[in-house]
Design a binder for this molecule. Structure first.
Ligand SMILES: Nc1ncnc2c1ncn2[C@@H]1O[C@H](COP(=O)(O)OP(=O)(O)OP(=O)(O)O)[C@@H](O)[C@H]1O
Ligand SMILES: [Mg+2]
Length: 271
């Protein structure tokens, strides 16, 4: 079995007095694409932020490549090869596309300019929407192009784990297709990914395994194929407009009593 890259073990997370995650456990193995599904406010982004050290669990353990990383700074986690494409993308608008991509390669600066220039060419091949736009200011790109740029910036880091928060959010169907084509190509290159999504269809097509969050708890997990066939998942996520999550009574659970508050450390995700 492939090595474990990331694991959350019975993680509780609070924002002040409000508990966002309840004993969440999940893992991602080398080369896997794992998707976390769930409706609004189910704790998807919090799960990714926990992996990135942007919020600290009050209880439970976070492991990266087998080491406990509870309390590690985001900076230190990112230095271990974790890349993030946050919700809303966050490119640097006043910088060019080229500068944005090369910022992602900052951690590889010792490899020499030639290697990075070669990778920049490879990035343009992998993300054709960016071809001919390397000198354009990132702020003038369309939303879909900005998502491509955020992905190119993360890809050029050669991450050992890529965390993506809602890659299809707010994009036209054409760009949703493009984003998922890129994700499939990254998967074929062997990139390990933890992805969160509200729209389950496309995510489950590319994923190996999936977890479903509801009110901060994992209520279902399994192979992507199992979840696609699961009638409750189909009703909640694959059928159409419903976005509030699983509705079947057996999956609806009461919230556990609130635990003690911790001081979450919030910051900006760096790609
Ligand atoms: N900085 C914060 N301070 C206080 N509460 C927060 C904070 N961030 C998130 N929360 C709360 O934690 C819960 C989970 O939020 P989270 O952003 O993880 O959900 P999500 O599943 O990503 O939702 P969405 O689909 O809307 O992005 C929500 O109830 C939210 O209000
Ligand atoms: Mg979110």
């Amino acid at each position: 079995m492939a090595a474990e890259v990331l694991a959350l073990h019975e993680v509780d997370v609070f924002y002040g007095p409000v508990q966002a995650l309840y004993k969440v456990s999940l893992h991602v193995r080398q080369g896997e694409v794992v998707v976390v599904l769930g409706g609004n406010a189910s704790g998807k982004s919090t799960t990714v932020k926990t992996a990135l050290g942007l919020v600290r669990p009050a209880r439970g353990e976070v492991r990266l490549h087998g080491r406990c990383i509870n309390g590690w700074s985001t900076h230190r986690i990112i230095r271990q090869g974790v890349a993030s494409i946050p919700e809303g993308r966050r490119v640097f608008p006043e910088m060019t596309v080229r500068e944005n991509i090369l910022l992602g390669a900052y951690v590889r600066r010792r490899e020499g300019r030639k290697r990075l220039e070669e990778d920049l060419e490879h990035a343009v091949a992998l993300f054709p929407s960016l071809a001919g736009r390397l000198d354009q200011l990132a702020g003038t790109l369309s939303g879909g192009e900005q998502q491509m740029l955020a992905m190119a910036r993360a890809w050029i880091r050669r991450p050992s784990l890529l965390c993506i928060d809602e890659p299809s959010m707010g994009l036209s169907p054409l760009y949703v297709d493009k984003v998922y084509e890129v994700i499939a190509r990254l998967k074929a290159e062997g990139v390990t990914m933890l992805m969160v999504e509200q729209s389950a269809n496309r995510a489950l097509e590319v994923a190996d395994r999936a977890y479903v969050l509801q009110n901060g708890r994992v209520v279902l997990e399994g192979s992507a194929q199992e979840l696609i066939r699961n009638p409750a998942v189909q009703r909640a996520y694959l059928g159409g407009e419903r976005r509030e999550g699983l509705g079947s009574e057996e999956l609806d659970r009461e919230r556990a009593p609130r635990g003690e508050a911790c001081e979450p450390e919030l910051g900006e995700a760096t790609a």
